[in-house]
Design a protein around this ligand. Structure first.
Ligand SMILES: NC(=O)c1ccc[n+]([C@@H]2O[C@H](COP(=O)([O-])OP(=O)(O)OC[C@H]3O[C@@H](n4cnc5c(N)ncnc54)[C@H](OP(=O)(O)O)[C@@H]3O)[C@@H](O)[C@H]2O)c1
Length: 273
């Protein structure tokens, strides 16, 4: 593989202000991709843009946007068009979860999760896929989660949202066969980012030690995408857990997931503000 296989291509990365998204942007820039990076935190995006321009001599465009708002995804897409940018690789990474019983979760949080994790991802995929098909090439990377594979009490909406992302991605990749456009979905397990704190979880020391780094998740995911994989679970422990999960009868999976997810979390659990 050439050292800069993505040279002269442009990747749009959502949720690039930190965590997995920032490391995906770093990986893609190292492979030569020009970038459009987006999230709400304009200051963090600007710092990342400076870092990537200096290190990798790539073009980095910053577009700050709240993708959980009604107009956010369309405003981002319109800004990309206004600047004349052609997106070769769309990375739908922005997302968050809420660790709380569904009935106790404020509707505002449920709605924002659906708007960000589902609506924005689906809108951006739909918006950019037409141009990719017309050009006969393009890639979409969707960031789902290991929780896509089983119902997860206290992460019910989040797990269901990620199951949608997994299903949509796999269906689209098949639908697009022969078009030159591929859809790749990565399903990380616990990863050391701001995600757990934002979800209202406080991990024990053991829970923290079990997390993968966002650098590793990003590096492995990009590598598998470029190798032509459709679906990927980063980390051997997560792969083994996935295999084990298949052996658990469906009726027991929610209880299994509650136990597994609660194992590394401090009690009593924190509610979201
Ligand atoms: N960490 C894990 O254990 C884990 C495991 C499996 C899957 N994932 C998935 O990985 C993806 C990245 O999460 P992460 O772990 O890197 O978490 P993170 O550190 O909290 O990063 C989330 C990113 O999404 C952005 N974001 C949040 N709300 C947004 C909004 N309303 N509009 C636009 N951008 C928004 C954040 O930026 P701003 O706050 O600046 O907007 C940030 O850049 C998510 O889809 C998550 O579900 C994470």
């Amino acid at each position: 593989m050439p050292s800069r296989p993505l040279a002269a291509q442009t990747a749009l990365v959502t949720g690039a202000s930190g965590g997995i998204g920032a490391d995906l942007a770093r990986e893609l820039a190292a492979l030569g991709a020009n970038l459009v990076i987006t999230a709400r935190s304009a200051d963090k995006l600007a710092a990342l843009a400076d870092e990537l321009r200096a290190k990798h001599a790539v073009t980095v465009t910053v577009v700050a946007a709240d993708l959980a708002t009604r107009e956010g995804p369309a405003t981002l897409a319109a800004e990309v068009d206004r600047q004349g940018l052609v997106i070769d690789l769309l990375v739908n990474n922005a997302g968050f979860g809420t660790w709380s019983a569904f009935a106790d979760t404020p509707w505002h949080d449920v709605e924002r999760l659906i708007d960000l994790d589902l609506r924005a991802l689906t809108f951006l995929t739909h918006y950019f896929i037409g141009g990719m098909k017309a050009r006969g090439r393009g890639r979409i990377m969707n960031v789902a989660s290991f929780l896509a594979y089983a119902p997860c009490p206290d992460f019910a909406t989040y797990g269901a949202a990620k199951a949608y992302v997994l299903s949509l991605s796999e269906a689209l990749d098949h639908e697009l066969k022969g078009s030159g456009v591929r859809v790749f979905v990565t399903c990380p397990g616990g990863t050391r980012t701001n995600f757990t704190e934002a979800a209202g979880q406080r991990l024990t020391k053991v829970g923290q030690r079990s997390l993968m780094t966002s650098e590793a998740v990003a590096r492995l995911s990009v590598k598998k995408m470029l190798r032509g994989r459709r679906t990927y679970i980063p980390g051997w422990m997560n792969v083994l857990s996935g295999l084990f999960l298949r052996l658990v009868p469906r009726t027991f999976r929610p209880a299994f997931m509650r136990t597994a997810m609660g194992a590394g979390v401090e009690k009593p659990k924190l509610g979201r503000a």
